[in-house]
Design a protein around this ligand. Structure first.
Ligand code: AOF
Ligand code: ZN
Length: 355
């Protein structure tokens, strides 16, 4: 039976619960659940509050108590069917006597999937896919990471209009405006690991923390990861106690991501220099690009990305432009571009034939 209007309303509420910005980002998805009775009235609500805490369904069932019997559970993610940090929601819903389950996104995690089948086998009516795009968008990083079994990689860089990240004499502070740097810190804070190479640590000595607009270090910090075979010189700011730091003794992007994945990290903010960026791009391991472009020209100096071994325009790495916004105003104004590295075909004007 297709979803009713009441179930649709309940799903919109469940999505609201799932999107709670107070819930810390971590290895788990954002999930909300609303239990409604046969008349469409809300019996109880639940949301997932971070790794190790009850799943949204379990939270809603606990709030409903015996009133869950005969109810419909409306949940943003297919109920899980595994014992991970907590028990299977499929069995919890069955033993609570829920009559019907409506979910949005199918469980992307192969280890936990199968809840819909288990519930159907137990005699529960199950309907999947209601407002699935909204739920999937909410968990885009989590869905990608559990499917690919590696972290989602956002490569962030700041450059001048001619793509330079440092001037000819090596100076690079500050390419982007203050407003752009504050914006970049906000994005850093949404990731769970910041990755740079040993070269960047040696040359720029960044602290790699998330700071607010007053430059104060925020309480919750992503992991700082430094990859490369060179040792990190003592006294570097990345080794301070403002956040945890790991040293990944590899130059191989796949090895670095496997290590971060094994540590439960799902969203890597790649902030390395041109060599590291080129290595990740060539390995096909950049999933999103955030570029801050300053209205300035250098004409010489270090490019934002190193050699990609592309010799001719036909081989250019084509990017899909997803968003262009102005960050800051007046002298502070920079452009923020969000791009997707999936290859799209060049238009004839771009292909160089007309020139
Ligand atoms: C959540 N919250 O509300 C739901 C999840 O390690 P565990 O036991 O917390 O299980 C995590 C998996 O459970 C997760 O990858 C997803 O597939 C499924 N459902 N997870 O964190 C929830 N419903
Ligand atoms: Zn569950």
């Amino acid at each position: 039976m297709a979803a009713s209007d009441a179930e649709r309303r309940a799903m919109l509420r469940a999505l609201e619960l799932a999107a709670d910005p107070e819930v810390p980002l971590g290895p788990n998805p954002r999930v909300g659940c609303v239990l409604i009775d046969a008349a469409g009235r809300v019996i109880a609500e639940g949301r997932h509050r971070g790794a190790g805490t009850p799943h949204a369904e379990a939270a809603a069932l606990a709030a409903a108590g015996s009133a869950a019997r005969g109810a419909t559970a409306v949940v943003t993610l297919e109920p899980c069917d595994h014992t991970g940090r907590t028990g299977p929601c499929s069995l919890a819903l069955l033993s609570a006597g829920v009559r019907r389950v409506v979910f949005a996104q199918p469980d992307a995690n192969p280890a936990a999937a199968g809840g819909a089948d288990r519930l159907r086998a137990g005699g529960v009516e199950v309907e999947g896919g209601l407002l699935a795009e909204k739920a999937t968008a909410l968990n885009r990083v989590w869905s990608f990471a559990v499917q690919h079994r590696r972290p989602f990689v956002t490569w962030k860089f700041a450059a001048t209009l001619d793509g330079r990240s440092a001037a000819a004499d090596g100076t690079s502070r500050w390419v982007s405006s203050r407003a752009a740097r504050v914006d970049a810190h906000r994005l850093r804070g949404l990731c769970d690991a910041i990755l740079v190479g040993t070269g960047t640590v040696e040359v720029d000595d960044p602290q790699l923390t998330v700071r607010d607009e007053h430059d104060d270090v925020l309480p919750r910090q992503p992991l700082r990861a430094v990859m490369g075979l060179r040792a990190v010189p003592p006294g570097r700011r990345v080794l301070d106690d403002a956040a945890e730091t790991v040293l990944l003794r590899t130059r191989d992007p796949w090895v670095a991501l496997a290590d971060l994945w094994a540590r439960d990290h799902q969203h890597v903010f790649l902030e390395g220099g041109p060599t590291l960026a080129a290595a990740f791009l060539q390995a096909g391991l950049v999933d999103e690009i955030v570029a801050y472009v300053a209205p300035a020209l250098l004409g010489a100096g270090q490019p934002a990305v190193g050699d990609l071994c592309i010799g001719t325009i036909a081989d250019a790495l084509r990017l899909e432009l997803c968003e262009v916004v102005t960050v800051g105003a007046g002298a502070e104004a920079n452009a923020r571009l969000v791009l997707n590295p999936s290859r799209s075909e060049p238009t004839p004007a771009e292909s160089g034939k007309e020139r």
